[in-house]
Design a protein around this ligand. Structure first.
Ligand code: FES
Length: 235
């Protein structure tokens, strides 16, 4: 099929303002959008800059705004996008070049919520066991690949880039509800301040954008309820 791809370009070193470049090309309907980007870069304009690595929806490096919605370029087919495709960097992040974002602020906020298991109790002889029900409690939030699609779709982040954002809350949820963890209260304390969970306005953009199908808004609501009712463990 013949497609037209409009890509938002920006190179801070060039002195040029952000602008759009348009490419017309033949694509197979079953091509992924990342294949189209590769084709443009390899045959039309080698300066086009974007991230990709696994190209199988695992590493989370190619999240971008495609036809107005955040998606992974490697997980969407040309046939599902139509013949006119618009690609922009996700909103709410500083731009390094073209579709490459500065993810440092995103990962600083992620680190703030202690995204790892905390348990200083003596280790048992084999392993720290939990029941299937205890494991299921946080199953959805283990699926996050830190692509930033949820965070970059959130109007609360657009309004205040300092807000902790949905991805960090999902990763806090991952450990707050883990029966083996002992730092749930610390994480809830971090998330209770003015840049914490209460800035979520339950808009659901995050859940719609998540390429892993995580019910992000529900996850945030569970953290809010834990803050109100204190139903966590340890500390
Ligand atoms: S390139 Fe790894 S998720 Fe798309």
């Amino acid at each position: 099929m013949n497609i037209t791809v409009k890509i938002k370009r920006y190179d801070p070193d060039s002195g040029r303002k952000p602008h759009w470049d348009t490419f017309t090309l033949e694509a197979d309907p079953n091509d992924r959008l990342v294949d189209v980007l590769n084709h443009i870069k390899w045959t039309r304009d080698g300066t086009l800059t974007y991230r990709r690595s696994c190209v199988h929806g695992v590493c989370g490096s190619d999240a971008m705004r495609i036809n107005g919605r955040n998606m992974l370029a490697c997980k969407v087919l040309v046939q599902d996008l139509g013949t006119k495709i618009t690609i922009e960097p996700m909103l709410g992040f500083p731009i390094i070049k073209d579709l490459v974002l500065d993810m440092d602020p995103f990962f600083e906020k992620y680190e703030k919520v202690l995204p790892y298991l905390v348990n200083d109790e003596p280790a048992p002889a084999s392993e720290r066991l939990q029941t299937p029900e205890e494991r299921a409690r946080y199953d959805e939030s283990t699926k996050c690949i830190l692509c930033g699609a949820c965070t970059g779709s959130c109007p609360s982040i657009w309004a205040n880039p300092d807000w902790v954002g949905p991805a960090s809350i999902v990763n806090a949820h991952r450990f707050i509800f883990d029966s083996r963890d002992r730092a749930g209260a610390r994480r809830l304390n971090i998330l209770s301040d003015r840049l914490g969970v209460w800035r979520c306005r339950t808009i659901f953009n995050c859940a719609e954008a998540c390429p892993r199908g995580i019910p992000v808004t529900q996850t945030i609501e569970e953290v809010k309820r834990a803050l109100i009712y204190g139903d966590t463990k340890g500390e």
